[in-house]
Ligand binder design. Structure first.
Ligand SMILES: [Zn+2]
Ligand SMILES: [Zn+2]
Length: 138
């Protein structure tokens, strides 16, 4: 995604285009999933005087406007990503890598509904374990 596309994406979500916001989305496009500290470090590379509070506020607003999505990782810091079609996540407990995985979980949702009587509207699953690199011990 180039800068113009990101700027358009921000406007579509009723967000003013600022250099910091562009940098946040650009970093997430490059790395996929980043926590607040990582995003802060990325923004600081281009804007050394920026405060953590400002970066935090920008991320919170962009999440509220549904441009970004927070992914809660058990026993670890939340990461953020550019919102896209629903998917689940893989988390490596050794190296901390987080990856997307697209799986149809409707079967599990149906079982949960049958057992509880709830109408399940969404589910977020984090599969934790060892990534292929950590598995092979490299
Ligand atoms: Zn790993
Ligand atoms: Zn994701």
């Amino acid at each position: 995604m180039n800068t113009q596309t990101i700027a358009l994406h921000l406007r579509e979500h009723n967000l003013k285009v600022t250099p910091q916001r562009l940098k946040i989305v650009e970093s997430l496009n490059t790395y996929g999933h980043l926590n607040i500290d990582m995003l802060y470090a990325e923004v600081q590379k281009s804007y050394p005087s920026v405060s953590l509070a400002t970066v935090y506020k920008n991320i919170a607003l962009m999440t509220e406007k549904q441009l970004l999505e927070e992914v809660k990782i058990p026993e670890s810091k939340s990461v953020f990503e550019v919102k896209k079609a629903p998917h689940h996540h893989l988390h490596c407990r050794r190296c901390g890598k987080i990856e997307d995985v697209v799986i149809d979980c409707s079967g599990i949702c149906r079982i949960a509904e049958e057992k509880s009587g709830y109408l399940v509207e969404r589910t977020e699953t984090v599969f934790s374990g060892l990534c292929p690199d950590c598995r092979s011990g490299s």
